[in-house]
Every structure is written in C-alpha cells, then in structure tokens.
Design a protein around this ligand. Structure first.
Ligand SMILES: [Zn+2]
Length: 462
C-alpha cells in the first residue's frame, strides 16, 4: 500500500491541461479575435481606473496614481512575462530567471540588485534583494515571493485572459502579481520624482512556498535586513477593504507509535497488548477532544500509516501489514497552526502530554515538532500602520478597511520579520484560487491596488 498526498491532484491537473490543449487546437480562429479583445481590455484598463482621483489626494498623489494608470500596458506585459516563466520553488533556474526579469527596471530606478545565495544542500534559488538609500522618511522593506507551488513537471497554465476582468496563469495572484505590483508602484514613484530621497529594499524570496526550511539559514539575511528598516509591507494577495495585521504560524509534527507485533487473535491480551494502531487512534482522538475548541489553534493529521513495516520520507509513506498481525508501528504526520508564541508553546506541551501519558497496554509513543513559520501577532505597531492605510483607503474613496481574521490566512514570509518591525500584509493583487490550476487575478482592481501601494509608500517615505 502506498500513501501519497499529491497523486490525485496531479491527475486532475493533467486532465485539465489535456482538455485545454485540445480546445486550443480546435479553435485556432479564435486567436485573432482574442488579440482584438485583449487590445480592448488594455485600452479599458488604461483609462483612469476609478473616480477616486477626485478624492482627498494631494496633487502629488494624484500624479502618482496617474502614472500607475499610464504604465498599465507595460505592467501587464511584465506580469505576462513573469507568469510564463515556471518558477516552482525547486526550479532554481526558473526562480532566478523570474528575478532577473526585474533587474533592468530596478537598476534604472537606482536600486542595487543582489542575490542571496543558499548553501548547496538547500537546493533553492535564494532571494533577490534590491536596495536604494535616501535621506528622508521611514526605511521601507517591500516583501513578495518569486516562487510558486507549480513545478515544471506539473501541467502548465500559461498567462491567459479569461474575460475583461480576469486573467489566469501559474502564480498570477500568488505571488507574481504581488511582485509586479511592487515594481509598478515603484515605477510610478520614480516617474514622478518621488523616489529620490526614499530608502527602500525590495525583498523577493525564492522559497516561500516551501516555508523556507530550515528558516534559521534561509531567513537569516531577511531578518538582518528587516532590522535595518522601520516598516515592512508584504505583497501577498489582498483586497480593497481587508488588510492583514496578523497571521497564524505553522509548524509540523511527526508521531511514532510502537506496539508488539503478534498474532491478531491475541490482541487485548496482557502479552500482546493493543497494537500501534489503537494507540495512535487514542492519541489523535484525544488531540481533537482536548484542543479543538481553542481559538486560533488548529492541527491536522495529514498522513496516517500503521502496520508491521513503515518506510517514510518527507511527504510519502510506504507501509506493509496484514490483517492477521497486530500492528507493530505507526507514523502520523501533521501540522499545527497557532497565533503567538504562548499558544505555540502550550499546544506543544498539551499534545506531548497526551502522547506520553495514558498509553494503552503494550504500546509507547513519541512526538517530534519542527519549527515552520512563526506567527505574525497583532500589536500596537501593526495597528498604527493599519490606521495609515485605513485613512488612505478613505482618501481614495475605497471605503472602510478592516483587518483580516487571522483564521482566514495561512502562514507567510512576513511572520519571520513581524516581531522586529511594524508590518502589514495583503498589499498585493486581488484574486482567487491560489495553489490550484484555475488561479485568477482580478484585472480591474489591479491598477487601484497598485495606486494604493504606491501612495502608501510615498506617505511613509516622506
Ligand atoms: Zn504566496
């Protein structure tokens, strides 16, 4: 028996790609139509994006917004280019190529570009870091990631306009749209001469989707950079009226349970005991009963295997067993998500207690936790930033801004630095379907979100 987490999804993806391939071949004549359609969409998107320019923005801010609008054709071309370069987290060449696509723009704006190279053993591309120094305002760190969950051997999903407000493509909203939003916002500031005095670092990680493991190596440079800055803005996918001031963290755990291998007819006897599987079930059920009601805490057993022999790797388990043999061992892998260090620590303690105490006769168990991504705790500093963007939202006529419920977001790179500087996340594009073949970005909101990011950077850097 072989248990694998990803197999089914892969088959679905392949069917999707085959269907798409056939459809494209059958409908070659639609290409010309699509080109005309695409041109119209670009023209529409280039019109001043909303009536917001009449709102409470200063003359300079209105100029910045207009510069964003004017550059939308280039912005979308760059988005198309970067989406069409596969940059799965393990595709070192692809991640580097995605980053290099941005070098020219960054250098033209006075940024010095460097790659943070990882040790060979980590096998990822490292991070692209671009910095420029000025003399005024807050020092700002802009964060996004170059990698996606889609590796080259998965079905491709090239940049494709679905209609006048939606575009699909691998990583288009998570997080290539975020990367391009940063570039476009900076270009609008550059074009309006508002970048000259600013101190800004653009930090684009190349392994966010892997969780940056081991983080003490992969995030060391990022944390050092963060400490040199006053504020961090992260461009994971966002919304017009929601922003992220806190995110839950995520760790992983592995549990090993052992029983006495014996003839199944002897189970529950004093000598044979209850076997590894009954004990595993006791533990998992106790986790649920003891901890599942706690606010912000979740824990998911993702893989569960029991039998006589188990061979496991990072995300794959091979197990052998027979119905007439009492299970000698089981392995369970899962995650645990939490808000704040106290909840993280207490959850581990409670889980460990359940694992180590009250074992069924003839069994024993152990659990091992691995640090994943810390949580981004809400706090005064993040709240102050929230007030800044809330005011900006109103000034732009975009309405009220609310902080996201931490339950709604997964873990992210911002959490590694949020303890060191005031931080916001969710400044990237709006869209849906991240990590799946149908991922889309909402084109109509994209220019407005770039304008908001640009003006926020402008206000903070003054
Ligand atoms: Zn992301």
């Amino acid at each position: 028996m072989r248990i694998s987490g990803a197999g089914k999804e892969f088959l679905l993806n392949r069917d999707f790609a085959v269907n798409c391939g056939i459809r494209v071949k059958l409908q070659l004549t639609t290409v010309i139509f699509m080109k005309i359609f695409y041109t119209w969409v670009i023209i529409l998107l280039c019109l001043p994006s909303t009536a917001l320019l009449a709102q409470k923005l200063t003359a300079v801010e209105k100029k910045i917004a207009a510069a964003v609008d004017q550059q939308i054709p280039q912005t979308l071309r760059l988005l198309e280019d970067i989406v069409n370069v596969n940059s799965g987290s393990l595709n070192v060449t692809g991640v580097r190529q995605s980053g290099e696509l941005l070098r020219k723009d960054l250098e033209e704006m006075g940024f010095t570009v460097r790659w943070v190279i990882m040790p060979d053993s980590i096998k990822t591309a490292g991070h692209l870091v671009a910095s420029r120094k000025g003399k005024k305002g807050k020092k700002i760190l802009l964060l996004a990631h170059l990698d996606t969950v889609f590796e080259p051997d998965m079905p491709s999903n090239p940049y494709t306009m679905l209609n006048d407000s939606t575009v699909t493509g691998q990583g288009v909203v998570d997080d290539k749209g975020g990367v391009i939003a940063i570039i476009a916002a900076l270009k609008s500031l550059h074009q309006t001469n508002q970048l000259n005095d600013a101190t800004i670092t653009v930090y684009l990680t190349g392994d966010e989707e892997l969780g940056g493991i081991p983080s003490d190596v992969t995030r060391a440079d990022m944390i050092t950079e963060a400490k040199r800055h006053d504020v961090a803005l992260s461009f994971e996918a966002g919304e017009l009226n929601k922003i992220t001031t806190s995110r839950r963290g995520a760790d992983t755990w592995r549990m090993y349970v052992y029983g006495n291998q014996a003839h199944s007819s002897r189970i529950f006897s004093e000598r044979a005991g209850y076997g590894a599987i009954y004990e595993s079930v006791r533990i998992i059920e106790s986790f649920r009963q003891t901890l599942s009601g706690e606010k912000y805490l979740t824990f998911n057993p993702g893989i569960f295997a029991g039998g006589t022999t188990i061979i496991d790797s990072v995300d794959n388990i091979t197990v052998y067993g027979k119905d007439n043999i009492i299970a000698a061992q089981s392995t369970i892998m899962g995650d645990v998500r939490f808000l704040g260090e106290q909840q993280r620590r207490e959850a581990r303690e409670k889980m460990r207690k359940i694992v180590e105490n009250g074992n069924l006769p003839g069994t024993r168990a152990e659990i091992h936790f691995s640090n994943g991504i810390p949580s981004m705790s809400p706090g005064e500093a993040n709240n102050a930033l929230l007030q800044e963007i809330r005011k900006l939202n109103l000034d732009m006529g975009l309405g009220e801004m609310q902080p996201n419920d931490p339950m709604e977001r997964g873990a992210g790179d911002i959490s590694f630095i949020a303890d060191h500087i005031p931080s916001l996340d969710g400044l990237g594009p709006s869209g849906s379907g991240a990590h799946a073949p149908g991922e889309v970005l909402h084109l109509k909101q994209f220019p407005v979100l770039i304008q908001r990011a640009a003006i926020l950077i402008y206000r903070l850097s003054r």
